[in-house]
Design a protein around this ligand. Structure first.
Ligand SMILES: [Zn+2]
Length: 90
């Protein structure tokens, strides 16, 4: 794979100053080498604990954003209530 494509994956991830799932603030962006894999990956960490990495071939999710589960729980709660939850029920 050409180095320009590698740069595209890394610059795409580097441009994500907020979590692409929940919009949480980014807490770190660093290059990390993984033992055995022999590869250097650009790793972005977010306040919501989501971690994404970019290497030569793709962008991968190293740790999922927890907000998806929180949102799913909230949506199920709203559904059971038959609409928006009432004041003080959250
Ligand atoms: Zn998130």
């Amino acid at each position: 794979m050409s180095s320009s494509v590698r740069k595209t994956f890394i610059s795409k991830l580097s441009a994500q100053s907020r979590c692409p799932v929940c919009g949480g603030e980014r807490s770190g962006l660093a290059e990390r080498s993984f033992e055995g894999a022999g590869a250097v990956m650009t790793v972005a960490t977010y306040d919501c604990e989501a971690i994404f990495g970019a290497d030569a071939a793709h962008i991968i999710n190293l740790q999922p954003c927890a907000s998806g589960s929180a949102l799913a729980a909230k949506l199920m709660t709203i559904e059971v209530h038959g609409g928006m939850p009432k004041e003080g029920t959250q």
